[in-house]
Design a protein around this ligand. Structure first.
Ligand code: 6OG
Length: 220
């Protein structure tokens, strides 16, 4: 029986005014329970959708450390090995099953690649990379983080050579083609979501990019 049916049952059996009040109270309680249940079910469905997205896409992190003292600058690393070798990029990598969550993965990668700990990292954007000429390759979902405070001294590792760049001297010509489009959102602290379509690994074909409300980053 639904809560509405229940309420009608109680209404039908109400004898007098005080019963009516009881019925109203019961009805309210049942409605509230019903609403909570619906919300719980929606949250569970959302979790499941996130799980599905994680299975379908390969999930990565990418973290930019920004120093707001004048002249404002950003810490990038020149990638020494593997995917994107020779490009400057933020710090990040694949989210591992052993990572507690995506933020933990981002912090781990920063420490492994630049030897510093971010103290206030916050997710600011999500980007999906689609490899349009490689249909077998799943899209990559990259969670982008910004940090303004850190401890330790940025140092070179086997993977990355860290270097500070003034915000108007970022070497976009030696970076992934998507970066010049979404970096401004990071510097202006705007949340964003986007999809970038690549072919032949490094050629950007087209993209869409939008600012989103804080707290409403979706899995796309
Ligand atoms: P490892 O191979 O180091 O993880 N990444 C990209 N970053 C930018 N800016 N543009 C792209 O355009 C990228 N594709 C991948 C995600 C790879 C790292 O490189 C990032 C990871 O931080 C296609 O484990």
């Amino acid at each position: 029986m639904t809560s509405v049916d229940d309420a009608f049952f109680y209404v039908a059996s109400a004898q007098n005014e005080s019963d009516d009040n009881k019925v109203n109270e019961l009805f309210k309680k049942k409605r509230i329970t019903h609403i909570f249940k619906e919300e719980e079910e929606e949250e569970e469905e959302e979790d499941m959708r996130d799980e599905e997205t994680r299975k379908r896409k390969k999930v990565f992190t990418l973290l930019l450390v920004v120093d707001e003292n004048e002249p404002k600058r950003v810490l990038l690393g020149e990638k020494k090995t593997g995917f994107g070798k020779g490009f400057y990029n933020g710090f990040g990598g694949k989210v591992e099953d052993s990572d507690e969550n995506v933020l933990a993965a981002a912090l781990r990668e920063l420490e492994e690649e630049a030897c510093i700990k971010a103290l206030d990292a916050k997710e600011i954007g999500r980007i999906t990379f689609v490899w349009i000429d490689e249909p077998e390759k799943p899209p990559w979902l990259v969670h982008i983080f910004r940090a303004d405070a850190y401890s330790g001294q940025p140092s070179e590792t086997d993977e990355m050579r860290p270097q500070w760049f003034a915000l108007d001297e970022i070497p976009f010509q030696q970076m992934w083609a998507d970066d010049q489009h979404w970096y401004p959102y990071v510097f202006q602290r705007k949340n964003f979501e986007g999809t970038f379509n690549f072919k032949q690994v490094t050629t950007l074909v087209d993209f869409q990019l939008n600012e989103v409300q804080e707290g409403s980053l979706s899995m796309q």
